[in-house]
Design a binder for this molecule. Sequence first.
Ligand SMILES: C[S@@+](CC[C@H](N)C(=O)[O-])C[C@H]1O[C@@H](n2cnc3c(N)ncnc32)[C@H](O)[C@@H]1O
Length: 337
Amino acid sequence: MLKSPFTARTRDGHVLTSRHQVGSQGAHSSTPQHWASHTFRKQTSTVRFSYIFSSKRSLFATHANDDNAAIYSEDPTLYDLAFSFRDFSQEVDFLLEAAAQRSATGKPPAVLELAAGPGRHAIEFARRGLEVVALDCEESMVELGRQRAKEAGVELKYVKADMSDFDAVPTQDGKVSLACLLLGSSCHLLTNDAIIACFKSTASVLAKDGVFVVECPHPNEVFGVGDMTGDAWDVERGDETLLVEWGREGDYFDPITQVLERTVGFSMLGKDGAVLSSREDIVKQRLSTAVEIDALARASGLQVDGFYGSMDLAIPLDMEDEAFRMVVVMRPSDGEL
Ligand SMILES: C[S@@+](CC[C@H](N)C(=O)[O-])C[C@H]1O[C@@H](n2cnc3c(N)ncnc32)[C@H](O)[C@@H]1O
């Protein structure tokens, strides 16, 4: 079984496994009946392969974003709530340290967050007084991010754009020295073409001593050899509880394109456990290996400067028990590769 490219961890660092919960009341154990009884049968791989090979276009060359997921567009607050338990301040500390280590000037960086969604990292950067640009292709996410920035009382520029098709950023000097693409958002780039287009776009606005940090699923998950993630949890909001399902056993993974069709479910329960709303989507995600990211960086005018196993400079990618993500720090190529 391929597990989620997402690992839920509590603030004290414990990994949450399937059916653990993240609500403010602590861990619970029950899974509501209606939720456990979801069924979704995949088509057989034969059907899938015949579809792919009958397609006129190249197997590996499709546009990045002809298929953005409804989970982002229809009610972006549910996505935001589902992933709100992360420690954004600690993650921003890590990103700033990664940039500072490689900075030639030591100046605070101008920051670009790609696929920023509700913009929680971007807002945290702005809180620290940095010049920040957030980018997302989804109108409703852009609106939510702008609204959240306003509520937080911070200044940031939030632009609607495709992360694989931009060539300018509205910063003072038109450059950024820290760009980031977090929480597996790179998986929305389904093909090598799309990933290279995104990396090249980013390289075009990156200062010479700038860094581009991409957080992806750990290779153990890409190859299905590790069991380090949670794929179901819940989050409380007042009297309501959001049940999140992020991947399901049997989700179809195409070994040729490396695209996983992840089942994502959001169910909101009221105080008495009654279902207030429920939705289920299939989200396509391209899973990339470490060596692919290295090669794609080289093809884009970038080079990998470090692989980490978490948003933590002290955790290398292969650190047993601690590494659970693949966090790649890239910088502009020095031309020597
Ligand atoms: C998993 S969410 C991540 C949001 C945020 N970075 C976070 O850490 O919570 C992925 C986001 O990527 C956006 N997205 C997907 N494809 C995109 C593309 N081609 N260009 C820009 N944004 C994209 C979605 O709209 C969504 O907001």
